[in-house]
Design a protein around this ligand. Structure first.
Ligand SMILES: *Cc1c(COP(=O)(O)O)cnc(C)c1O
Length: 392
């Protein structure tokens, strides 16, 4: 048959890493040893206690519902564990109707778009930024207004830049701190300004909190829900993926504004059937031990961060040390005149090292590149040797 893809699918930009994956595969096929520092998927294993809890839960014949649909048979302890975590971590009190476990944030971001956007509505997404916010808009028939993040503003958006017509038509505003790809962090005062802006314009803020637990040097990232009254206009998407090396497990939660929680829940009831109960029990274990588990994981990332930042700085590169996330974000060397694509290609050609060009995260990412710290020190060290030796 002659399958014609839907307009919605045809409207999507190419998957950010698809092109990169093809190039790497082609070079590897030729026998070249390519080091890819492109993708942000933790290499370290899920912590033992979490894996053990999964195993015991899946083997527990006394749980008669263990094989059943997760949405219809939720593990009550999971919502309690999220509530307890938010209370311990940020002194944020969440009631039951403000907590909805998700199958990870990427999934929830797209489903939330389907829950709150109509054709012709506007969603405001930061650029550079995680591409899925825009995908969520496209799937819902809505339009993206790109909100620039700029280095001179510490990669925080300036809400005054948003035109009045956009404010009127916008239904959602996405934020993400600690930020991917820029590694920027936001002070609580920034979230206060964001909540004021959202309240004045009747816009739902969705704070993507994928990296609040990936922090260094004693820095603690805030939650937007610490702002008083934030739950009138904001939700936060928390994910276990990056915090506890659990990307493949697909578990997180959207918390905050109860109406938004209810709307997302309605989409989920019609589209997915939720997370396996054993995974939910394992997530409880991770959340109850969050501080201990994340500190051990962050120690490793911090060493890797120091290795990358020190080696590149010593070679004269302009690199600042991030306080959070699992990335290093830096401007491309001057002779590339801000062309991050050309820089990444030359790095692949001459050093056999893959980095992500900032342009891939949107126009205001141009001039920068991202290195992911999800590789062992030995690999990072060899990659830095290669980069420095090419004299790029
Ligand atoms: C990795 C990432 C996610 C996705 O996390 P999942 O919960 O695994 O879907 C969401 N937002 C940002 C900014 C990310 O980098």
């Amino acid at each position: 048959m002659d399958l014609e893809r839907s307009q919605r699918l045809r409207k999507l930009p190419p998957y950010l890493f698809a092109d990169l994956r093809r190039k790497i595969a082609a070079r590897r096929q030729r026998g070249e040893k390519i080091i890819s520092l492109g993708i942000g998927d933790p290499d370290m294993p899920t912590p033992d206690p979490v894996v053990e809890r999964m195993c015991s839960a899946v083997a527990d014949a006394s749980d008669a519902d263990r094989h059943r649909y997760g949405n219809d048979n939720p593990v009550a302890e999971l919502s309690e564990a999220f509530a307890d975590f938010y209370s311990r971590r940020w002194s944020v009190k969440l009631s039951d109707n403000q907590i909805l476990p998700t199958m990870g944030s990427k999934d929830a971001i797209v489903k939330l778009g389907l829950a709150v956007l109509n054709a012709g509505d506007i969603g405001i997404a930061p650029v550079p930024g995680y591409p899925t916010y825009n995908i969520s808009h496209v799937f819902a028939g809505a339009v993206t207004h790109q909100l620039p993040l700029r280095p001179e503003n510490d990669w925080l958006p300036d809400f005054d830049e948003i035109p009045h017509e956009v404010r009127r038509l916008a239904k959602v505003l996405w934020l993400n701190y600690p930020n991917n790809p820029t590694t920027a962090v936001a002070p609580l005062e920034f979230f206060e300004r964001a909540v004021d802006f959202a309240r004045e314009n009747d816009i739902l803020i969705v704070h993507d909190a994928a990296y609040t637990e990936n922090t260094f040097d004693g820095y603690e990232a805030p939650s937007i829900l610490q702002v008083s009254g934030a739950d009138e206009t904001a939700v936060e998407m928390f994910s276990l993926s990056k915090a506890f090396n659990m990307t493949g497990w697909r578990v997180g939660a959207m918390v905050g504004n109860a109406e938004a929680v209810d709307a997302l829940s309605a989409v989920k009831d019609n589209v997915d059937n939720g997370t396996l109960r054993a995974v939910q029990f394992a997530a409880v274990e991770a959340l109850n031990r969050a501080e201990e588990l994340r500190d051990r994981i962050n120690e490793v990332y911090q060493k890797r961060r120091d290795l990358v930042v020190e080696r590149l700085s010593a070679a004269g590169w302009d690199v600042t040390s991030p306080k959070a996330t699992i990335y290093v974000w830096a401007p491309v060397p001057e002779r590339f005149a801000g062309d991050s694509g050309r820089f990444a290609e030359e790095l692949l050609d001459k050093a056999g090292v893959v980095v992500t060009p900032g342009r891939g995260y949107g126009q205001w990412g141009e001039g920068y590149f991202r290195i992911s710290l999800t590789y062992p020190e030995g690999v990072l060290s060899e990659a830095m040797d290669r980069i420095v030796q090419t004299g790029i």
